[in-house]
Design a protein around this ligand. Structure first.
Ligand SMILES: NC(=O)c1ccc[n+]([C@@H]2O[C@H](COP(=O)([O-])OP(=O)(O)OC[C@H]3O[C@@H](n4cnc5c(N)ncnc54)[C@H](O)[C@@H]3O)[C@@H](O)[C@H]2O)c1
Length: 246
């Protein structure tokens, strides 16, 4: 077990990639704080995870990552519950769909507040309170590199998250906190299939290019683990080779 005794916070942990990541971290021996906006969905996730992991290794905390005070409370609750904190996974994300010509600044804020500033909040508090060093993993997207119509704020937020990953890797180094990102492609969660671009066919997805939440979780666990001790500031593409196509 690569993460025995370590404590992780996973945001957006109630389903999809976040839930798969919590499961993978628990399998490696970590204790995990599941963070999300709604207690009922966190409770359901907890019940599911308890089938394979000790109940005392799992905690839940409601938190809207867009609000720094809520992120700070989440970190304090984690330290109270588990006594330490070693891994932060910035997985919470939202995607809104609108043509640029119809957008207003609040449309941008609604996405950036979660996908970029939410990650900044947890990184900031990791730098303040992750006293024994540790690892941060940010969940970006292939939209950071190539994108589609209607999702300009999401694409910009995910690209900026890669930039934040580099900046934070530099400032985290003296604190022995590594900061990396995963860059998932099409992953089999409702976020993929509810996407209007996918539904309309504007974005075509070869079934061979669709990964499972566990595929991203495995990359996150690697980046969080001592195996990645010399990996810092990197962006690991987890897309089954989709972006490599001409
Ligand atoms: N599914 C894909 O194809 C895909 C591809 C690339 C990147 N991603 C990224 O992976 C991450 C997880 O996505 P997913 O596919 O599992 O979808 P998802 O919708 O299941 O996961 C997003 C989670 O974030 C939570 N969340 C949203 N706003 C929040 C807030 N303000 N505070 C706290 N939590 C909040 C949601 O409740 C949800 O649990 C997201 O960052 C997404 O952008 C997904």
């Amino acid at each position: 077990m690569q993460l025995e005794g370590r404590v992780a916070i996973v945001t957006g942990a109630a389903g999809g990639i976040g839930l798969a990541t919590a499961r993978a971290l628990l399998r490696e021996g970590a204790r995990v704080m599941l963070a999300g906006r709604h207690q009922d969905t966190l409770d359901r996730a907890r019940t599911e995870l308890e089938r394979d992991a000790p109940a005392q290794h799992i905690a839940t905390g409601t938190c809207d990552v867009a609000h720094e005070d809520q992120v700070q409370d989440l970190v304090r609750a984690t330290l109270r519950q588990f006594g330490r904190w070693d891994v932060a996974v910035n997985n919470a994300g939202v995607m809104h769909f609108k043509p640029i010509a119809e957008q207003v600044a609040d449309d941008w804020r609604a996405t950036l507040d979660v996908d970029l500033i939410g990650a900044f909040h947890l990184i900031k508090h990791a730098f303040l309170l992750m006293e024994g060093g540790g690892a941060v993993v940010n969940v970006s997207s292939v939209h950071a590199c190539a994108t589609e119509q209607l999702v300009a704020p999401y694409a910009a937020a995910k690209a900026a998250l890669l930039s934040l990953t580099r900046s934070a890797a530099i400032e985290g180094k003296p604190k022995r906190i590594r900061v990396n990102a995963v860059v998932p492609g099409a992953i089999d969660t409702p976020m993929l299939w509810d996407n209007p671009n996918v539904k309309s066919g504007a974005e075509t997805i070869d079934p061979a290019d669709v990964g499972a939440p566990g595929d991203v979780a495995a990359a996150i666990v690697f980046l969080a683990s001592p195996q990645a001790a010399f990996v810092n500031g990197s962006a690991l593409l987890v897309d089954g080779g989709r972006l490599a196509h001409l």
